[in-house]
Ligand binder design. Structure first.
Ligand code: GDP
Ligand code: MG
Length: 823
């Protein structure tokens, strides 16, 4: 707990002093040292400062300062009764055995334990290996990919090392800590508000100069830090030369060569982290904090502004005044707002303006650029002194350039991209069929077993038609999903996705979209929810919003079961991949058109330029690919056991009840008089232009929860074995989808009042317009919630739900009606 939370008369043992350099030093000098006992003499609500007794002295601290001191106290485990405002003094001296109260021994034990918890934040440029480190030490399986913008949220994990317990947080990648993009602000906020004990700054050593820029900003913030020179294997292969000990000395930060894919250097890194942490506690770690010299004028300006800032007592615990001063001079909008509330805000701004003017006169550049130049100057100098030289042995980029020459070729790039997509779907279909048959047989066997051994009745019907019919019809697609994810994982991990983005970028640019939007869009093929979150990497609010709105057009993998089910039923085997690709293409095309429309008419705002990074190709290990594929497969299975199971049972129950009066009623008639039949019949008129009958309508309705439910619902609704049409022509294939195909054709014949034979082409057309509807309509509830979460208002969430559904209705009606002209 925090020292500020202790009440008058309570005693605690100090565990940690957080906060920033100068402040910490002062606090520690005052006697607030780890392990010491502190007693609250007076802590009345709203009274500032608070009086404490420590080492026999009386000392007063402000609330904001006491907030940064962590203590363990005997009161921590005492339940506080509601409304009990009376402060209870606890006598820990005479072995108080109050329930839950800690004995002095226990307190020091607990204090000792907490002292051994180190909070670590992983900070670094995008794609430098932070998540790889995080996964390696914590055993987590967070998403890793060879392109920027993979991690968009803070991820938490833990690891034990050297007698310490590490609480890790993996942060999104940033190139700097300006207020330029939401990620940068996010990382900054995490660093200042969560006050980690240590920052591990991960650097891509094959790209040192740029990566060190962030390091210089972290140094400004005066945060205890260790640097990992990651991707050291690549620099070695290239034959780079660097005296990293010298570099550590110059930056005043330990720098350790590491390779996070193999775990090399990780022990050393954590060992150093411990010694920096202990160094904070008074022992020496051999490194001294440095100030990067920005040149006389700027340094003078920093010093002047710092004088003002130092007067403000509330500020000092959390912020380094030097950092604030530099940010102010850089004209950082957030810090400007922050300072505006200060009494001497005007004077500070005046100082700032003076410095800016003088810098302009002397160097001819604006102060922001001057500060950046000074930082790069420092980096260059340090690199020279460390005898840094890039080798020529084997340039990582050499092979990359070669491959890129072909893959991003002006004319070849696109055909190759589509060829790869085609191969991906083709293999998914063909290779996936074999294990699919096994699972199918397994599901059928379980179904048969249950129907043979259970007595007739609702329970049996629920298990066979509801659970096995519903979940079974979706789970058979697991192999296909795994194969597809294998391809996607491989493309992500080796770096091809970044290229796909790149070649699409040129096209997208013409349509009012941005290259950076393409990462979330590509992710959208997997699942729209993380993709919506991934839009955070886009700097411009306008592009971010437009990207979020068109994301549902990217056909997520939840729609695959229904695609496979329907294409497998109605299209000959040689056309299936093409139908699938056509769906994806229609989605992309819609996205292009819509983004143009949205960015012109609906969403206002500025465009910002961006840099697309093309990392070198890195060929992932089979183990890594296997793990990523399996992680995604696991999510699919989890969904099976959760929402899809529940939905299947609900759909079944709505179709089973009310029980018919006449027990001999045909299955068809029973379904029609059931609740689900009634619901379906009620909404049937809405979907007449698309040629859907009530069963398909119900499928669509159910699919708003999750798209797989469309497939599981149809699985339940078409699980009827007895109304069989003896149609040998439809028995051709492997017989997998006969049932669906025949029943749907029968339904279509009934709906259009034509013969079964005549209904066949109409059924195929209906199937295709149904696929289009599924592609375009209402993204699942989770996506809508994500859009709401990211934009902060329901407005855009509802907008995206409504426009997609209207669009789906119109497009699929057009497809059906135009198609009917040719039948
Ligand atoms: P993050 O964006 O900083 O979280 O980076 P990731 O952990 O996602 O890693 C980016 C890419 O670099 C992935 O393809 C990793 O497999 C790869 N990678 C990470 N560390 C190393 C390393 O030390 N050497 C090499 N060659 N590749 C690495
Ligand atoms: Mg990451």
């Amino acid at each position: 707990m925090k020292l500020s939370e202790l009440k008058t008369g309570e005693t605690g043992i100090i565990v940690k002093v957080a906060g920033q350099g100068g402040f910490r030093k002062r606090i520690i000098e005052m006697g607030f040292i780890t392990g010491k006992e502190v007693k609250v003499l007076l802590n009345a609500p709203l009274s500032d400062p608070v009086k404490y007794q420590i080492l026999g002295y009386e000392v007063s601290l402000r609330h904001s300062e006491a907030d940064l001191i962590e203590v363990v106290s005997s009161s921590e485990s005492i339940p506080v009764k509601k409304g009990d405002n009376e402060v209870k003094a606890i006598e820990i001296e005479d072995g108080d055995t109050d329930e839950g109260a800690l004995t002095p021994d226990e307190i020091s034990k607990k204090a000792n334990e907490q002292r051994h918890i180190i909070n670590v934040a992983l900070v670094g440029n995008p794609n430098c290996g932070k998540t790889s480190l995080f996964n390696f030490v914590s055993g987590a399986h967070e998403r890793v990919g060879n392109y920027s913008g993979v991690t968009v949220d803070a991820k938490y994990g833990r690891a034990d090392f050297g007698g310490y317990h590490f609480e890790l947080v993996d942060l999104p990648g940033t190139y700097s800590l300006s207020a330029y993009s939401p990620e940068e602000l996010y990382v900054r906020k995490q660093l200042i508000e969560k006050t980690p004990d240590i920052v591990i700054n991960v650097l891509d050593a094959s790209n040192l100069e740029r990566n060190l820029y962030l390091t210089t900003q972290l140094i400004d913030m005066h945060i205890p830090m260790v640097c990992a020179l990651n991707m050291y294997d690549e620099t070695e292969q290239r034959g780079d030369n660097i005296d990293f000990r010298k570099l550590s000395e110059l930056f005043g930060v330990p720098m350790i060569p590491t390779v996070f894919t193999s775990g090399r250097g990780v022990e050393d890194l954590f060992g150093q982290a411990i010694s920096v942490y202990e160094g904070k506690e008074g022992k020496t770690s051999g490194y001294r904090h440095i100030h990067i010299n920005h040149g006389h004028e700027i340094e003078q300006g920093i010093a002047d502004i710092q004088e003002h800032l130092k007067k403000n007592e509330d500020l000092r615990p959390k912020y380094s005044t030097r950092y604030l001063a530099i940010k102010l001079l850089e004209n950082d909008s957030e810090i400007n707002d922050f300072i505006a509330a200060f009494p001497d805000a005007e004077e500070i701004q005046e100082h700032k303006q003076n410095v800016a003017n003088r810098v302009k006169e002397e160097t001819g550049t604006d102060i922001e650029t001057a500060i950046m130049d000074a930082k790069y100057g420092f980096i260059n100098g340090a690199l020279k002194e460390s005898e840094y030289a890039t080798g020529k042995k084997k340039d990582t980029y050499q092979i990359t350039h070669l491959i890129d020459h072909i893959l991003t070729h002006k004319y070849l790039g696109f055909p190759i991209f589509f060829l790869l997509l085609f191969v991906m779907f083709y293999v998914t279909f063909y290779a996936g069929q074999y294990p699919m048959t096994w699972i199918e047989d397994g599901v059928a066997w379980i179904g048969g077993f249950v129907s043979n051994y259970l007595p007739d009745g609702p329970v049996k019907a629920m298990l066979v038609d509801g659970v096995i019919g519903g979940v079974g019809s979706v789970i058979v697609f697991l192999p296909q999903i795994l194969i597809l994810y294998f391809f996607i994982s491989y493309m992500e991990d080796c770096g091809y996705m970044a290229r796909a983005t790149f070649i699409m970028d040129k096209l997208m640019h013409k349509m009012g979209l941005h290259g950076k939007s393409f990462i979330p869009l590509i992710m959208g093929f997997g699942c729209n929810v993380p993709a919506v979150m991934a839009t955070r990497t886009i700097e411009s609010r306008k592009s971010r919003l437009v990207t979020m709105l068109i994301l549902p057009m990217m056909s997520c993998s939840a729609r695959i079961p229904i695609y496979i089910m329907i294409t497998g039923s109605f299209f000959a085997i040689q056309y299936r991949s093409l139908v699938m690709i056509s769906l994806y293409m229609i989605g992309i095309l819609m996205a292009v058109v819509l983004s143009k429309i949205f960015s012109t008419f609906f969403v206002k705002g500025e465009d910002t330029p961006f840099v697309m990074e093309l990392p070198p190709y890195r060929f992932p290990t089979w183990k890594a690919i296997g793990r990523h594929t399996w992680e995604k497969g696991k999510q699919y299975l989890k969904k099976m056991g959760g929402i899809i199971l529940v939905a299947s049972i609900i759909v079944w129950a709505l179709g089973y009840f009310p029980l018919p009066d006449d027990p001999n009623m045909s299955r068809q008639a029973q379904q029609e008089q059931s609740y689900i039949g009634r619901i379906g019949k009620t909404i049937e008129p809405v979907f007449i232009p698309q040629g859907f009958d009530w069963k398909l309508d119900v499928g669509l309705l159910a699919g708003t929860g999750a798209k797989e439910i469309v497939a599981s619902t149809l699985g339940v609704l078409y699980s009827d074995n007895d109304s069989f049409v003896d149609d040998t022509e439809y028995n051709d294939d492997n017989g997998k989808y006969e049932l669906l195909k025949k029943q749907m054709t029968t339904d279509v014949a009934k709906l259009h009042n034509v013969s079964y034979q005549k209904a066949k082409p109409i059924a195929t057309l209906t199937a295709f317009s149904f696929l289009i509807f599924v592609l375009l309509y209402f993204p699942c509830v989770a996506t809508i919630a994500a859009v709401k979460g990211e934009t902060g208002s329901w407005k855009w969430g509802i907008f995206s739900a409504v426009y997609t559904t209207v669009l789906a209705w119109v497009v699929s009606a057009l497809v059906f009606q135009i198609g009917m002209l040719f039948i």
